[in-house]
Design a protein around this ligand. Structure first.
Ligand SMILES: Nc1ncnc2c1ncn2[C@@H]1O[C@H](COP(=O)(O)OP(=O)(O)OP(=O)(O)O)[C@@H](O)[C@H]1O
Ligand SMILES: [Mg+2]
Length: 418
């Protein structure tokens, strides 16, 4: 018998664990390590990875460049990028801003680019701290008011002779939580005393129409400069996936019909993130089966695992009470084991679920608004109930995911009830 010796230095004890013969265990590890993979580099499949080319976004990039060209002469600009989930808004903004700042540098202009996700930082103060930390990584995360931080930013930019190109990504989260004040003051950031140009240019990104949340004066600049990113077509998704195959997979490890199938599946939503997610999971499935190639069966397995409509990124776009409503639906369907949940029952479960999460249940009409919204987002389908039910009762079903899987996802997303 061989032993694995674990030495606990901190406790001074030495413990012996009897194990299976080491050669057998080592064999498993060596076997796995030496097995070949369809992947040559996983990084290009990371969601934050921005490729050196963005197929099917030429028109938007051209328009962005036209809009922001004046920055190279020191004139600020503002724009809004809008479009559904996974349509390349973030990737395009990053690609464009990096390119513009480097071209500006070559021309002797100093543009500082800062990209902030407002879902992660949804107050004026948190956003200003992030901007100032970009200039000084040791900038304290408390102790300054919003006004003071704006003044520090102004001084910082003046001292460096720099302009700021600020991207507020998922800006709806900021507008909803903190209102339009910060956007308003950044569009009027010029120095009153020195009468200089405003050194701040803004790109607002959102899936939703955020213009209505801005004040009239701010609105006019943004309204003229609105860029739309439409859902990708099937062929566009195929090109996007193809690009990732070249970057991330060994040659000839993915069959053409597998690519076709990924494009077909993802085209229902026009979402490039979803397409790339399936590609990655199909590659993992091929490796697990020790297959030298990704075949359509691996794509189907990846699709089944991804649960299309209910990807985590999409769930993260729902608000807390929409998540709680969806959780109530999943619980009901799981408990009853039936195809449909009845709205009245779900509303009761919603109230109990709210209690578990220490939340005040919203009123009946608001609950109905949540139902309509999560139906619109594609998570559920609603249909009028048959005979024997009250007039307004509707039947709720989950078209695309087992209730248990949805419940697990939601419970891990919502902070655990204490
Ligand atoms: N035209 C494209 N070419 C190559 N990759 C793309 C393209 N469009 C999007 N992608 C990739 O798809 C994924 C999703 O894109 P991105 O994050 O930019 O979407 P988004 O519109 O910001 O979505 P959300 O609204 O959910 O934030 C990223 O991995 C991105 O690199
Ligand atoms: Mg984005």
């Amino acid at each position: 018998m061989r032993y694995l010796v674990i030495n606990f230095y901190h406790s001074g004890k030495i413990t012996f664990y009897p194990l299976r013969p080491l050669p057998a265990l080592m064999g498993i590890i060596e076997d796995e390590l030496s097995s070949t993979s369809v992947f040559k580099d996983l990084q290009p499949l990371d969601f934050d990875y921005v490729p050196a080319d963005l197929p099917h976004r030429d028109d938007q990039l051209r328009r962005l460049t036209q809009l922001f060209k004046p920055l190279l002469s020191g004139m600020p600009q503002n724009a809004v990028i809008r479009g559904p989930v996974g349509t390349g808004k973030t990737a395009m903004a990053k690609f464009f801003c990096h390119s513009l700042t480097s071209i500006a540098r070559q021309q002797g202009r100093h543009i500082e680019y800062v990209h902030i996700n407002c879902r992660k930082r949804s107050t004026d103060s948190l956003i200003l701290i992030a901007i100032l930390t970009h200039f000084d990584p040791r900038f304290p995360d408390r102790g300054f008011s919003v006004q003071e931080m704006q003044q520090i930013l102004r001084t910082n930019l003046q001292r460096r002779g720099a302009q700021l190109l600020l991207v507020l990504d998922e800006v709806d989260a900021l507008l909803k939580k903190s209102g339009p004040n910060l956007v308003y003051s950044l569009t009027r950031f010029s120095d009153e005393v020195q009468k200089t140009e405003n050194p701040v240019s803004l790109i607002l990104i959102s899936q939703h129409d955020v213009l209505g949340k801005l004040d009239e004066a701010t609105l006019s600049t943004f309204r003229r400069n609105l860029l739309l990113c439409e859902k990708y077509s099937r062929d566009a998704l195929r090109d996007i996936v193809h690009q990732r195959v070249d970057l991330a997979f060994h040659p000839h490890t993915i069959r053409e019909d597998s690519l076709d199938l990924i494009a077909d599946i993802a085209s229902e939503w026009g979402d490039a993130r979803f397409a790339i997610e399936i590609l990655w999971k199909a590659g993992v499935a091929a490796d697990e089966h020790r297959s030298p190639q990704v075949v359509p069966e691996h794509v189907r397995a990846a699709k089944a695992e991804t649960y299309s409509v209910v990807t985590e990124t999409k769930l993260k776009n729902l608000e807390k009470h929409q998540l709680l409503t969806l959780l109530a639906i999943a619980k009901r369907l799981q408990k009853d084991g039936s195809a449909y949940a009845i709205t009245g029952e779900v509303e009761k479960t919603y109230a109990i679920t709210c209690e578990e999460y220490h939340e005040e249940p919203r009123a009946h009409t608001t609950f109905w608004t949540y139902l309509k919204e999560i139906e619109l987002a594609g998570f559920i389908t609603l249909k009028p109930s048959g005979k024997g039910q009250l007039g307004s009762t509707q039947l709720i079903s989950l078209p695309d995911i087992p209730a248990e899987a949805l419940r697990e996802k939601l419970e891990s997303l919502l902070a655990p009830p204490s």
